[in-house]
Design a protein around this ligand. Structure first.
Ligand code: A2P
Length: 310
């Protein structure tokens, strides 16, 4: 099992969790069951928007691992920010759970809940139908109420930049977000954001830590050289690099061998990587290898570096 990191809520989160974005519903049941039963995982990261919460819940049940031993995260979709409890109840019902360990605001934007599509409402001119004057404060207040009600143990955010946290959440938060889940990997390490989060007691979580599908990171020369030196796979180096920095890392896989290898390899790599290895890996993006995988067309400046408004 993976070691844990303490959240500002007092709860412990396993430093490696199974990612489930793009895991097909018919594959994710077995993936979650395997991860828990054989792979050593105790942490599953999912979201309403991934369209597979029911199957994730089924995998959790089939694993036979007691609920109390598993850390489960879900995320409120952007078209639901006006009614957190309804959204949370839907995720809980999908998963078949009576509480979440962690509930995240998936994006710092509100999509029109009465728009032309329940997930991706779009204006006639093709732009996303964003409620531009929505006060995030209202959503965060409702998130905090869910903790008080006992429906979630910890709350946090995802895709929130330093600017949004500094200007819009931290000034009024009674409960400081426990985590900020962002795209973090070798080619998008966001050193400044990670340092900021740590200074505020917010745990950084890495999505797409391997660079998502068809990843160029798996062929990176610096990571490959270090992997050869240390007797590791390149994927181990990519994951262990993040784990060594105490970033909660969420590799996605539906393949049993890779599910198991990712947890074991990440932990082995986090131990084997030397400070010099980490320094080299830290410099890879700065040397020009920069890649922002997720570029959502919200048409809103979210305050991230390297993130053009589309
Ligand atoms: P699969 O589910 O078939 O294993 P990320 O976590 O960065 O989003 O990356 C997930 C992608 O990388 C998926 O396409 C996944 O495919 C693949 N993947 C997961 N683990 C490994 C690994 N150890 N080596 C190579 N590819 C992997």
């Amino acid at each position: 099992a993976a070691p844990t990191v303490k959240l500002n809520s007092g709860y412990e989160i396993p430093i490696i969790g199974l990612g489930t974005w793009q895991s097909k519903p018919d594959e994710v049941i077995a993936a979650v069951e395997y991860a828990l039963k054989e792979g050593g995982y105790r942490h599953i990261d999912c979201a309403w928007n991934y369209g597979n919460e029911k199957e994730v819940g089924e995998g959790i049940r089939r694993s036979g691992v007691p609920r109390s031993e598993i850390f489960v995260t879900s995320k409120i979709w952007a078209s639901k920010l006006h009614d957190v409890e309804a959204a949370l109840d839907e995720s809980l019902a999908n998963l078949g759970l009576d509480y979440l360990d962690l509930y995240l605001v998936h994006w710092p934007i509100h999509l029109n809940p009465n728009g032309n599509h329940p997930i991706f409402p779009t204006l006639p001119n093709g732009e996303r139908d964003v409620v531009r004057d929505w006060p995030l404060r209202e959503t965060w207040k409702q998130m905090e109420a869910m903790v008080k009600k006992g429906k979630v143990r910890s709350i946090g955010v995802s895709n929130f930049s330093e600017r949004v946290l500094e200007q819009d959440i931290l000034p009024y938060a009674e409960i400081v977000p426990a985590v900020d889940q962002c795209e973090l990997h070798l080619y998008n390490p966001q050193h400044k954001l990670v340092a900021y989060l740590k200074s505020k007691g917010i745990v950084p979580q890495a999505y797409s830590p391997l660079g998502s599908s068809n990843s160029p990171l798996l062929k990176d020369e610096t990571a490959a050289a270090i992997a050869a030196d240390r007797g590791l796979q390149v994927s181990d180096v990519l994951l262990g690099y993040l784990v060594a920095k105490e970033i909660v890392t969420l590799p996605k896989s539906v393949n049993p061998a890779r599910i198991k290898a990712n947890l074991e390899g990440a932990l082995a790599a986090a131990k084997k990587l030397t400070p010099e290895d980490i320094e080299k890996l830290d410099g890879v993006a700065a040397s020009g290898k920069q890649l922002r995988l997720i570029q959502p067309p919200w048409g809103v400046d979210l305050g991230f570096e390297n993130w053009p408004v589309k």
